[in-house]
Design a protein around this ligand. Structure first.
Ligand code: GH3
Ligand code: MG
Ligand code: MG
Length: 351
């Protein structure tokens, strides 16, 4: 599943074996979901892009930064540097100011004018020593200024410091898209991603399915066993998504006890099977805090085999209507609609 991080989520499940014969669902504690997301960020070495017209500088940096935990790439003009930023998405940029054609000030200006690169940390690496040049560079948004000829030890620690800042910014950006309780993607992320997936599905005539999961009678569960027990169930549901969904599925907490699963490249018939596995798994869980009471969910699913022009909002609404039908039909079941498909919406009963 395309979850925010790798690994399993914490749960309140007492009998892992009760989960459809699956391996243990006992995994990490609840707080680890955030740690997982952070760890995921540092999987690959950060890329450092050097933009400088001097081949000597590139050679020197390549030799001296060889043992650092980073991937170095280089561009020999301002224009090539801007191009490389687009292509390579570096973590930080080391930027010379004095270059023929587009100078470093202009490169910096353009990076800071572009919403996609406004937060990209830029360390100026320049032979210009005047205070005015430094003031201009910082005013334009540089995070650091190193004068040439540079002390290599100092350069290394400044690069490390900028990379640390980049890592923290990335982590904050990702946390802003995560649900604090379950570690799944949150509603804000869903809204953005769903729009992108619908646009992509229509551009390429590809299949796409969306499912809404809503826990049944959840208020009564909270009222009977307390809010912490309800929270454990939500965490457990997230863990089931983590286990049962595929790598490409995108699981989000839509709000409260409702979850949205985006299934790119998935025709409704296939999506039904995936959702049915989640439904069945949840139904068979024995919960530590209330072994006498199981939990079920109702699912609304809307999908397209491709070539369908429904906008993102209408698709959402249609999925919500299917969820309503599943609830009305007796809960613990899936109601399905296929856009452009034959026949009427189907209601798949539990069991
Ligand atoms: P239905 O089967 O029709 O969906 O009934 P329901 O009781 O699940 O639905 P309802 O909308 O009446 O109640 C949803 C409950 O979910 C009420 C709310 O307190 C609870 N809830 C929402 N967010 C959380 C949460 O983060 N933790 C806990 N424990 N409960 C939550
Ligand atoms: Mg509910
Ligand atoms: Mg609800």
């Amino acid at each position: 599943m395309a979850a925010p991080g790798a690994g399993t989520l914490g749960s309140g499940l007492s009998e892992p074996g009760a989960v459809a014969g699956d391996a243990s669902l006992n995994g990490l504690e609840q707080d680890d979901s955030m740690t997982i997301a952070a760890a995921h960020l540092s999987d690959t070495k950060p890329r450092v892009l050097v933009i400088d017209d001097s081949k000597d500088v590139h050679r020197l940096l390549k030799a001296r930064l060889r043992n650092e935990q980073l991937d170095l790439s280089h561009a020999e003009s301002g224009a090539a540097g801007l191009e490389a930023v687009q292509q390579e998405a570096p973590a930080i940029v080391l930027l010379d100011l004095d270059m023929p054609g587009m100078d470093g000030f202009e490169v910096l200006r353009r990076l800071k004018d572009d919403a996609a690169t406004i937060h990209l940390p830029v360390i100026v690496l320049s032979g210009l020593h005047s205070s005015q040049d430094k003031v201009t560079a910082f005013d334009l948004g540089a995070v650091d200024y190193i004068t040439k000829p540079f002390d290599l030890t100092e350069l290394r620690v400044r690069v490390r410091s900028a990379l640390r800042m980049h890592g923290l910014l990335q982590m904050l950006a990702q946390r802003a898209q995560l649900d604090g309780l379950t570690g799944l993607w949150n509603r804000a992320y869903f809204d953005q991603r769903w729009g992108e997936e619908v646009a992509s599905c229509q551009r390429h005539d590809r299949p796409l399915s969306l499912a809404f999961f809503d826990a049944d009678h959840f208020k009564s569960l909270n009222d009977t066993y307390g809010h912490p027990a309800g929270d454990q169930v939500l965490i457990g549901i997230a863990q089931i998504f983590q286990r049962v969904l595929r790598q490409t599925d995108i699981a989000c907490r839509y709000g409260g006890e409702e979850f949205a699963i985006i299934m790119p490249e998935t025709e409704p018939d296939e999506a039904v099977k995936v959702c049915e596995r989640v439904r069945d798994t949840l139904e068979n869980v024995c919960w530590e805090r209330h072994p006498e009471r199981g939990v079920t969910c109702s699912i609304g699913l809307c999908g397209s085999n491709g070539s369908v022009s429904v906008d993102a909002a209408a698709w959402l609404q249609a999925t919500d209507e299917q969820l309503y039908k599943a609830k009305q039909g007796g809960r613990n079941r899936i109601a399905v609609h296929q856009f452009g498909g034959p026949g009427k919406p189907k209601l798949k009963k539990a069991g």
